[in-house]
Design a protein. Structure first.
Length: 611
């Protein structure tokens, strides 16, 4: 490439990024258009529901799936959106605890008028990083649904029914305390009050609310009385209905939205028709955005986004995006409402998402995000080095991923200065869920190694990560994720490799299903020293039986230590995770037989063998 062309390409990319967001201005409204400074403001981006509370922290031994994101995770999410051309993200709601518990969720609202400082500090961090990176956020105040606590929970504090959330004076006043507290909060990291923070695009009255207009009118007026800088988005759930005519005349409502998912006799064509119908009804009275759209094939999504772009709709937000996990890999979220097919997307898309066209969908979203801004789509950015996490075992190596990376190269050496040997090439950090990403199964016992990792995408390979080591190797390792039968020496009885219904099994996408008297056997080259089995019980727990053998013909039963990890609360029907460990095995055994005693699914097997 000629030097002049290189300079022009770099300048174009820099101009494109700079044009994406200018946080010197609040977003304002002119008729049915959003305005940033003097320019119309349009966007295509994603909902990131867990940007301020993670509901999907599901390591095998976790009994509570909720935690707050840290700075790495929030920055990863917002940088991902920025790389995709997104200008806006929509969070999920401000959570509220149940009056009588249990409350494993670290709620924003402990009870009406009492707020969780730690939860709001996480939201503070979101806004701090949003300002730094240049991505705006939409914040809904309350949920119509039960998942994080919503209208039902507010009502129960006053011994009222959910429907009375909209009309009971005491419940309305309780909710208005949350609105008042949030808008007037001073960010603990920046010192800026939320009502003065330009990273907030709009306050949304709530998520998918079936709210009567009189309630919306009162809450919108309250928001505007407290905050003259930000727009108000009506959280009324349109569904297949019409937009409330009163909302279109309300001077305190700036934005109306609709959510679109497939259903009986409704595909992408019908969604696009609904968008056109709503757009016509709104006319020039309010800004219109598509607040959620998802669970449709790429061709259908393209039809919907083209309808948005060509008909003056201000923006559209796909459902949904999940970011890198600080413990390695990504957060996962299967979508039961998506027919058991769709999962939350991981950028830039991976083979693990091919069933729901993840790579093609994210490529489309990036293209359309720049198209709606009338900007050329820039080249992909070079990836930055990942951060290698501490290593105590060469069979359990993980790293914090790099935005936009499609794979990773793992290198090891006997000295921190090298020379370095490639031991893992183009490793996909979505191939397992909530566990170590790489096992160096060829590491020689008796040696100590140093490790580092490089990220890669289609245009670059990063500089190496930090170096971790020395890591001493005591045994050879076999790690079986049950993707296939490669590691299994023999098997018998009804067995089935399973990928479906991952949500119930802590998102593990590869399991081995068996029933009473099904069995599998492993063989090790060196004497078996240690074994670990992770499994999920489908019915009442019927513990596995374990047998070892020197010759594969004569077996002796051995008893494992057993740990069970029941979840504190179970809205998704999680199966019971149980860990079985065999330690201190007698020498000379090369075979391990695992026998099912009831309906169960094996998640992972780890074996250590050596002299």
């Amino acid at each position: 490439m000629r030097l002049g062309t290189v300079i022009l390409t770099l300048l174009l990319a820099a101009t494109t990024v700079a044009a994406q967001n200018d946080l010197k201005h609040f977003i304002t409204r002119s008729g049915n258009r959003l305005i940033e400074g003097q320019q119309e403001y349009r966007f295509i981006s994603f909902n990131i529901p867990n940007l301020h509370i993670v509901e999907d922290n599901m390591p095998f031994d976790a009994t509570n799936e909720w935690r707050f994101p840290n700075e790495f995770e929030i920055a990863d999410a917002l940088l991902t959106v920025k790389q995709m051309g997104g200008r806006v993200v929509r969070l999920y709601v401000l959570s509220i605890c149940k009056r009588d518990g249990p409350n494993p969720i670290p709620c924003h609202v402990k009870r009406p008028g009492e707020f969780n400082e730690e939860a709001f500090r996480a939201l503070d961090k979101v806004l701090e990083i949003a300002n730094r990176i240049g991505v705006r956020v939409i914040i809904p105040f309350v949920d119509n649904w039960k998942w994080w606590g919503g209208i039902e929970q507010y009502a129960e504090y006053r011994d009222k029914s959910p429907d009375e959330f909209w009309t009971d004076r005491s419940v309305i006043e309780d909710f208005k305390k949350t609105v008042h507290f949030t808008i007037n909060r001073r960010n603990t990291f920046t010192g800026t009050r939320y009502k003065d923070d330009k990273a907030i695009l709009a306050w949304e009255t709530g998520n998918e609310l079936y709210s009567p207009y009189q309630w919306t009118k009162e809450i919108a007026a309250q928001i505007k009385s407290l905050d003259s800088n930000h727009l108000v988005l009506d959280g009324y759930y349109i569904g297949n209905k019409e937009i409330q005519p009163e909302a279109l005349a309300d001077p305190n409502i700036d934005i109306v939205s609709s959510h679109h998912y497939p259903g009986p006799n409704k595909g992408a064509a019908e969604m696009a028709a609904d968008i056109l119908r709503f757009r016509k009804q709104i006319g020039g009275k309010k800004v219109y955005i598509v607040g959620e759209v998802g669970f449709i094939p790429v061709a259908g999504m393209e039809q919907v986004l083209d309808t948005v772009i060509r008909n003056g709709v201000a923006g559209a937000l796909g459902w949904s995006l999940r970011f890198h996990n600080r413990d390695g890999g990504f957060y996962w979220h299967s979508e039961p409402a998506g027919g058991g097919l769709y999962k939350a997307y991981h950028y830039p898309g991976f083979a693990t998402g091919d069933e729901y066209e993840e790579r093609a969908l994210l490529k489309l979203m990036r293209s359309k995000a720049f198209e709606i801004q009338a900007l050329p789509e820039p080249p992909l950015e070079a990836v930055k080095p990942p951060r290698l996490l501490p290593i105590t075992n060469v069979a359990a190596i993980s790293w914090q991923g790099s935005v936009g990376a499609s794979g990773y190269d793992i290198e090891r050496a006997l000295s921190p200065a090298g020379p370095w040997t490639l031991v893992g090439m183009d490793v996909d950090d979505t191939w397992v869920q909530y566990r170590s990403l790489f096992a160096d199964t060829y590491a020689e016992p008796g040696n100590s190694y140093y490790y580092r990792v490089r990220a890669r995408n289609s245009v670059s390979t990063s500089e190496p990560s930090n170096v971790v080591g020395p890591v001493s190797v005591k045994d050879f390792a076999i790690v079986d994720e049950l993707v296939d039968y490669t590691h299994v020496f023999a098997r018998g009885g009804p067995l089935l490799l399973i990928t479906a219904n991952a949500r119930e099994f802590k998102e593990d996408a590869h399991r081995l299903k068996g029933s009473a008297e099904s069995w599998i056997m492993y063989r090790t080259l060196q004497p078996l020293r240690h074994a670990l089995l992770w499994a999920f019980m489908e019915d009442a727990p019927n513990d596995f039986e374990f047998y070892v053998s020197r010759d594969g013909g004569s077996f002796i039963r051995v008893e494992p230590s057993v740990k069970r990890f029941p979840t504190e609360v179970n809205p998704y029907g999680y199966k019971l995770p149980i860990q079985y460990e065999l330690a201190g095995l007698s020498s000379g055994n090369h075979f391990l037989k695992i026998v099912f005693k009831g309906a169960a699914q094996i998640s992972r097997v780890e074996l250590r063998h050596g002299k």
